[in-house]
Design a protein around this ligand. Structure first.
Ligand code: DC
Length: 227
């Protein structure tokens, strides 16, 4: 059967990772969370007291940062220099600084290079902001996920509080709005819908319903004859 690359892009907390994980499991594909890579870089900077706005200092830190992923139980964990940081990269301090870090071109170049390498053998689902536009412009299937901002904030709040993170809903709303603003207005590879992406609005869909739609799109893309 033809192996394809699936790119899923969209705003923060749209349910991209839930969809990407489900799709990868259904197809027997690898799942890569590209946002986790930007989060791991951000965590490194915060731990080493490097100002995320200091482009030179950030670029200088990149050679000391190694990121890899491992499947642990049902989850795909992110490792920073050999340490499992899956929980740490989801904390609010990382969320509050990650968009600033991902503006920096040197960071983007380093991450995109690794992401392209991960997709070389195909059979991969990757989610992020620039996957269909920059990382895999040739992806056989591109999905642009959207959802109502308030629904996104409520989902994110629930996810964080269930993980034991203490946060006010207003702080979550502010963080999502600010990240959407920075991610879609930055100079280098801003978040935008690829021309050939299929828009999926999941405001009124359950995770199972959105997965069903995405599986149908993936099956159609797999059956499509290669160019
Ligand atoms: O998907 P996420 O919310 O975990 O991503 C965290 C941040 O990383 C997001 O606000 C912007 C940045 N990011 C990016 O610039 N490009 C990507 N492909 C993925 C994430």
């Amino acid at each position: 059967m033809k192996k394809i690359v699936i790119a899923i892009d969209g705003y923060s907390s749209c349910g991209k990772s839930t969809l990407a994980k489900g799709l990868a499991a259904a197809l027997g594909y690898a799942y890569i969370d590209s946002g986790a890579m930007y989060r791991a870089v951000t965590l490194y900077l915060l731990r080493h007291n490097i100002d995320p706005a200091d482009e030179e200092a950030v670029a200088g830190a990149l050679p000391y940062i190694t990121i890899h992923f491992e499947n642990i139980g049902l989850g795909n964990h992110t490792f920073l220099n050999g340490e499992d940081v899956e929980a740490d990269i989801r904390q609010m301090d990382v969320s509050e600084n990650v968009s600033q870090v991902s503006i920096i071109s040197a960071v983007r170049r380093a991450m995109v290079k690794q992401q392209k390498a991960l997709g070389r053998r195909k059979s991969i689902v990757m989610d992020g902001r620039d996957i269909g536009t920059v990382v895999f412009p040739e992806a056989e299937l591109k999905i642009f996920l959207t959802a109502d901002p308030e629904v996104r904030a409520q989902r994110r709040y629930k996810e964080l509080t269930e993980k034991g993170v203490e946060v006010a809903i207003e702080a979550v709303r502010r963080n999502l709005a600010e990240r959407d603003r920075i991610d879609s207005t930055r100079m280098d590879s801003p978040l935008r819908q690829a021309e050939d992406a299929i828009v999926l609005d999941n405001t009124n869909l359950t995770p199972d319903e959105q997965l069903e739609k995405a599986i149908a799109l993936a099956e159609a893309a797999i059956l499509q004859p290669a160019d």
